[in-house]
Design a protein around this ligand. Structure first.
Ligand code: AMP
Length: 302
């Protein structure tokens, strides 16, 4: 049995299952925070919330190979287990599940989960297969940990929606808890990938959040203006895209608004006004680093 107060690293599925069974026998609730490691304050907030709301908290650290495309950053994705364990232990986490790739995907592995329509646009369009990879690993992790509650960040809002839908469609019986995006003092959304940025790029990076916030204001004014036309919406979005390039981003992968429930793109002021909640998101390259960020907001009842 693991030690009482220190952090325990669990590397095998069997060991994790045994531990979970012992918690269940004692009627304890289990919270789960799936991650790819290289922790920052965003990850720690998810852990704190789970610790607050559940009797036991499991954090997983697994850089999931099947959610990376062939030209993506799997091999250079930042990793530092020692540092992660210290940080997680510091907020009171006692169990970290850290399997290796063969434990999760042994020879002969062949069954995957296919995400639906929510995975088609935004990051799904530029990263084919990404959300199938995410769903497959999250489904496996849910089957291993059998959490009562699982904590996901709004920073990856499309991922959150896709996972919520999977949990609902496949009757996984886990409550998905949405957690606000944690930002640096200058507004940059925290991300393990920020470690790729050099000093010059780091100084430019907050422009993604700034342009999303500026677009949010512009969209709100357009929605309130009865005479606004679809071209005004397009112009507002294009202005913010150009703003990113002007500030030093190399290219914009996407920058658009959608219904925050269906992720169906919004192309007119009428559609903007009829949405209960709006998802405004951007993905852009700063050098070789792809950064994403978003805002989810309401226009009605403001
Ligand atoms: P990752 O390790 O990047 O796969 O992220 C693990 C979890 O942490 C996911 O649910 C992310 O959405 C969440 N997360 C990542 N960055 C942030 C952030 N800045 N604020 C809140 N949650 C985050």
């Amino acid at each position: 049995m693991p030690e009482m107060n220190s952090i325990n690293t669990i590397k095998t599925i069997n060991e994790a299952r045994k531990l979970i069974q012992s918690f269940r026998k004692d009627g304890r609730t289990v919270g789960f925070v799936p991650t790819m490691g290289y922790f920052h304050e965003g990850h720690l907030e998810l852990m704190r919330r789970s610790i607050k709301e559940c009797d036991e908290t499991f954090v997983s650290i697994f850089v999931n190979p099947i959610q990376f495309g062939p030209k993506e950053d799997l091999s250079k994705y930042p990793r530092d287990l020692e540092r992660d364990l210290k940080m997680a232990g510091g907020v009171g986490v006692r169990y970290v599940f850290h399997p290796d790739a063969r434990e999760m995907y042994p020879d002969g592995f062949q069954t995957t989960v296919r995400a639906g329509a929510l995975a088609e646009g935004f990051c799904g369009a530029s990263r084919p297969g990404h959300f199938d990879g995410v769903c497959t690993v999250v489904a496996k992790l849910f089957n291993i940990i059998t959490p009562d509650r699982a904590y996901f960040g709004m920073k990856d809002y499309q991922q959150l929606l896709v996972v919520e839908k999977m949990a609902e469609d496949l009757n996984m019986g886990v409550k998905i808890v949405r957690c606000e995006t944690v930002r640096e003092a200058d507004g940059l959304a925290m991300s393990s990938r920020n470690s790729y940025l050099d000093a010059g790029e780091r100084a430019i990076a907050p422009a993604l959040h700034e342009n999303i916030e500026a677009a949010k204001k512009a969209l709100t004014s357009i929605a309130m203006d009865a005479a606004a036309r679809p071209e005004d919406l397009t112009a507002a979005i294009e202005e913010r895209k150009a703003g990113l390039i002007k500030r030093g981003f190399k290219s914009v992968d996407y920058f658009k608004a959608a219904d925050a429930v269906t992720l169906k793109e919004i192309s007119s002021p009428d559609e903007l006004r009829s949405c209960a909640s709006i998802f405004l998101a951007g993905a852009a390259y700063l050098g070789k680093t792809r950064l994403i960020d978003n805002a989810v907001f309401n226009i009605r009842n403001r």
